[in-house]
Ligand binder design. Structure first.
Ligand code: SF4
Length: 390
């Protein structure tokens, strides 16, 4: 086998390669005039986010319900949509799965008795501001309140997008000091908001300081930029990430429509930089509560070198009850995946238990009967088999 010449460009992709399965996202009707350089510049994308109803009007035909939902929800949870993500929305269909995730809807204005401000008790399990320490050996580190797109189903609506919740320098220092003082912490989930909203300089400093703590082993970046702003994956960013391995990336694709050529390329570059990528899908009514959609999504993710990792039951955060599905829907999806497609495409279905109980996995029942050493099992096709323990 020929060894590649150091520094040489990678071989061109064959026309029949997997790339061809990922169509470019397009510009949408609001940004048709954007230049190539502008479109591919993540800072331009950030500067041109849709944050007003007028801007949204240029991208899609806004319905009266969306207009009212925007007017009544924007003070509580801002709208923010990158031009790239806006271009994935169907301009004429308010039920478009991308649009439902990014444009306010009337369901957000309804509070149910089950709704909670902080359903996962992340604030309660904070030994110092900005660090949630719930599990023995790992912590969640909040580094920013910003995201390129504010997902309407966000579990951290209480603080994400709110400038008063921004992680100030003193908070970051406090978090670093806490981690340094706790030798049992070996795994850091760098989160927010979205940590890739930080500048390269701040991210470099943060990851460098974490990596300098001797007992820190694994760094994880929790980011939706691969989905909502793939232009953020620049060579400069990857140079930083490569310095601090092992760095894992957790991302959040929810629908096959999000698997564009741009997202494909961003994932390829992150994977080439040595980061294993896992996907954490949230089960959302009207977006992905259908086994066929999840199967298509997960098969596409594998082509993008992203391992489907979790399906989350939509939690009890305030104003997202319109997205919640019965638990059986998640179980049906796992049932439809297991055995019907490769095991790599079958994630764990979990409920993040309210009040800080942590992630609890749920599985369809494959044990039909069990007595002594005799186990009666059913396989994915419903056929029964008996396993006798030797
Ligand atoms: S990217 Fe994550 S933190 Fe940001 S709004 Fe979406 S779900 Fe919330």
């Amino acid at each position: 086998m020929l060894s590649p010449t150091p520094g040489a460009a990678p071989p061109p992709l064959r026309p029949d390669s997997v790339t061809a399965r990922f169509p470019p996202g397009g510009r949408g009707r609001a940004f048709a005039a954007a230049s190539e350089a502008e479109w591919n510049d993540w800072r331009w994308q950030q500067r041109n986010r849709l944050t007003s109803i007028d801007a949204l009007e240029r991208a899609v035909t806004v319905t009266p319900d969306e207009r009212r939902a925007f007017a009544e929800s924007n003070a509580m949870f801002h709208m923010g949509i990158t031009p790239y993500y806006a271009a994935l929305m169907d301009p004429e269909d308010p039920a478009c799965p991308v649009r439902r995730q990014a444009v306010p809807s009337l369901g957000e204005l309804t509070l149910t008795p089950a709704d909670m401000l902080d359903p996962l008790a992340e604030e309660r399990d904070m030994p110092v501001p900005g660090i949630t320490h719930r599990y023995p050996d790992r912590v969640l580190f909040y580094t920013t309140h910003n995201c390129p797109v504010y997902c309407r189903h966000c579990t951290r609506k209480r603080k994400v997008a709110d400038p008063t919740s921004a992680a100030a320098r003193a908070q970051i220092e406090g978090g670093l000091a806490y981690i340094a003082a706790h030798p049992e912490v070996r795994d850091i989930v760098v989160s927010g908001g979205d940590p890739l909203s930080l500048s390269d300089e701040r991210l470099d400093e943060l990851l460098g300081r974490l990596r300098a703590i001797p007992h820190v082993e694994v760094l994880r970046l929790g980011t939706r930029n691969l989905v909502t702003l793939p232009q953020r994956v620049t060579e400069d960013l990857l140079k930083i990430v490569r310095r601090y391995h092992p760095v894992f990336v957790n991302t959040h694709f929810n629908h096959p429509k999000e698997c564009t050529r741009e997202a494909f390329e961003a994932c390829r570059r992150v994977a080439d930089a040595g980061c294993p990528i896992g996907n954490q899908m949230v089960l959302l009514k009207g977006v992905n509560d259908d086994p066929q959609i999840v199967k298509e999504l997960n098969q596409k993710l594998l082509l993008m070198r992203v391992r489907p990792y979790y399906i989350y039951q939509c939690d009890l955060a305030q104003g997202i009850s319109h997205f919640r599905t019965p638990v059986e829907v998640g179980l049906r999806i796992i049932e439809a995946l297991r055995g019907h497609t490769s095991g790599l495409a079958v994630p764990h279905f979990v409920i993040d238990a309210p009040n800080g109980g942590g992630k609890v996995p749920l599985m369809p029942e494959y044990v039909v009967a069990h007595e002594g050493k005799t186990w009666t099992l059913r396989n994915y096709a419903g056929k029964q088999f008996v396993y006798e323990e030797p």
